[in-house]
Design a protein around this ligand. Structure first.
Ligand code: GLC
Length: 568
């Protein structure tokens, strides 16, 4: 081969490589250039509680695999599985002792592979939970780290001398109560744990930690995983000088002083690290979902990255801080998310917060309100992340006795803080004992509402919460305006009814949500939005009185949802 030709060939190879790399980053799935995770509906599965295939009272991977038909039929495109790695279960899997295996209580790596293959057949992607801030003390890295001050892994965690005998290095408080520092008598130093004592923080300033953790993501990408939900990502870095945090007035629900986590939360280094993690994800056309607890729009915006080069889907928990049905507050939060310029991510419940059914329910119209909430967050512009059982109207089932509490937060905070067991109860599959979740006594008790709110029963009832979710998700997948349309807030002065258009080309979808307990009649003038002579056709409604004659007169029952197609 001539020198010149050789040169040209390698140039071609470089161009080809560059092309295929950039393609991996931006492989569009539709004419709008969307990527798969923009059109997908995500669904969080808490594996302990989803489906128990081997009768030990704890859910498992084979259980999940047995429910893929259900998930597909529901309209789910990707499942995020909360941690199922080997773990002492101090925080129910969020204390990982091996990132590259499956805990025997959930199955084996082979079971995972079977699940991944089955899921692929169903066109359902798998997202793993990446607990990257901390490990279990039983992880081999920590065992070595704690073995001596000079061990190979000593600097993989955050070890410091106390200020004085019996006095921790600084005033930082653990999210699980008490000091964030644990004294280790063997080596005479403290280690840092933002969460439980059984969750020592990794030292992300150490390049060896970074490399090992990036390799963990590669391990799962190679096994067919389509991305990660990044656990506690706000907390990856700490001020190396360990400044004390400013103390605020009052105490928190665990009895500790309130504190501004100025020196151990959302440090700028988090963003540098995320850019690197994203590069690895892009090589695999994968998505990163952030557990991002932001308190304002700028913080949320930052997580997307200046050049959309950090987290594709930072969850907007500010949306969940609206803890009552309030058209004004939701409108403001949607505007907030929209104003970041990023692709919004809407969540209304997860394994760390009381179920939306209770948070928004008024005790009398909870099913209508569950549909109302679905009518909102599944029609907004952005990606929704559902939580298992939300589609049934599953309710919280908080423990009533301290001895029944399993969650470390509930144990520390009882009785003011009952912990998170209530939102983690078994999935309600049918009306048989234990809601069809397990042949054995489940690890957490099912609430008695499973008699009325379960998959089998709700599939038989045309008006059930589940049927509503199914109709809505089907619509969302088919409708170009719901997938691609922009978000246009309407009638913004109405404090009872939240309304908006999802506008796309010559069509739009109108969404009207009555957030009040009183019937409402509203009138829309869409000429400013380009629909002066609009034709309207109902797509989905929970109102019993047929709401629409014309856009000038839309009548809605209490808590009703009305969704219509509007065309020019
Ligand atoms: C995240 C998880 C939560 C866990 C914590 C510590 O907030 O969602 O369940 O307790 O991280 O890993």
């Amino acid at each position: 081969m001539s020198q010149k030709f050789h040169h040209a060939a390698s140039l071609l190879a470089i161009v080809f490589l560059a092309l295929s790399f950039s393609q991996a980053q931006t492989r569009p799935v539709d004419a709008e250039g969307h990527q798969w995770w923009q059109d997908a509906v995500f669904y969080e599965i808490y594996p302990r509680s989803f489906a128990d295939s081997n009768g030990d009272g704890i859910g498992d991977l084979n259980g999940i695999a047995s429910k893929l038909d259900y998930l597909k039929d529901l309209g789910v495109d990707a499942i995020w599985i909360s941690p199922c790695y080997p773990s002492p279960q101090v925080d129910f899997g969020y204390d990982v002792s091996d990132y590259e295996d499956i805990d025997p209580m959930y199955g084996t790596l082979k079971d995972f592979q079977n699940l991944a293959n089955d899921a692929k057949q169903h066109n359902i992607r798998i997202i793993m939970d990446f607990v990257l801030n901390h490990t279990s003390p039983q992880h081999k890295w920590f065992i070595d780290s704690a073995s001596s001050r000079t061990s190979a892994h000593r600097d993989w965690y955050i070890w410091r001398d106390g200020k004085a005998p019996g006095v921790p290095p600084n005033n930082w408080i653990s999210g699980f109560g008490g000091s964030a520092w644990q004294f280790d008598a063997k080596t005479g130093q403290y280690y840092y744990h933002y969460f439980a004592v059984g969750q020592p923080d990794l030292n992300w300033r150490n390049p060896a930690v970074e490399k090992a953790m990036f390799d963990v993501t590669r391990f799962w990408y190679e096994r067919g995983v389509s991305g990660f939900r990044l656990d506690a990502v706000d907390l990856l870095f700490e001020d190396p000088n360990l400044h004390d945090n400013p103390v605020l007035p009052g105490k928190n629900e665990l009895g500790d002083p309130n504190m501004e986590n100025k020196y151990n939360d959302k440090l700028p280094e988090v963003h540098t690290e995320l850019k690197k993690l994203r590069k690895v994800a892009d090589e695999h056309d994968a998505v990163l979902i952030g557990e991002t607890y932001t308190s304002n729009r700028d913080e949320l915006k930052e997580y997307y990255g200046d050049h959309n080069d950090e987290i594709q889907l930072p969850m907007d928990f500010m949306f969940c801080t609206v803890n009552k049905l309030s058209a004004n507050d939701f409108r403001a939060q949607i505007a907030n998310a929209e104003s970041t310029g990023g692709w919004p991510v809407y969540v209304i419940s997860n394994h760390d917060m009381p179920r939306s059914y209770d948070r928004y329910g008024d005790g009398k119209h909870n099913d209508q309100i569950a549909k109302l909430m679905a009518g909102m967050y599944l029609t907004l512009r952005g990606t929704p992340v559902m939580y298992y059982g939300e589609e049934l109207g599953m309710e919280n089932n908080d423990p009533v006795r301290k001895e029944d509490v399993r969650d470390p937060i509930g144990i520390a905070g009882w009785p003011e803080e009952k912990g998170r067991d209530g939102e983690r109860t078994p999935m309600q599959w049918n009306d048989s004992p234990n809601a069809g979740f397990s042949a054995a006594k489940p690890w957490l008790p099912v609430p008695s509402s499973y008699h009325t709110h379960n998959v089998a029963g709700e599939l038989q009832q045309p008006e059930s919460v589940l049927q509503f979710y199914k109709h809505l998700l089907a619509l969302r997948h088919q409708d170009a305006a719901l997938l691609n349309g922009d978000y246009v807030a309407l009638n913004q002065n109405n404090s009872n009814v939240l309304s908006y258009l999802r506008r796309y080309k010559n069509e739009a979808v109108l969404v009207v949500l009555n957030m009040s307990a009183i019937p409402q009649t509203i009138s829309f003038n869409l000429s400013g939005e380009g629909f002066s002579q609009a034709k309207v056709a109902t797509l989905l409604t929970t109102s019993t009185s047929q709401p629409i004659g014309s856009l000038e007169h839309v009548a809605l029952d209490p808590f009703a949802v009305y969704i219509a197609r509007v065309s020019r």
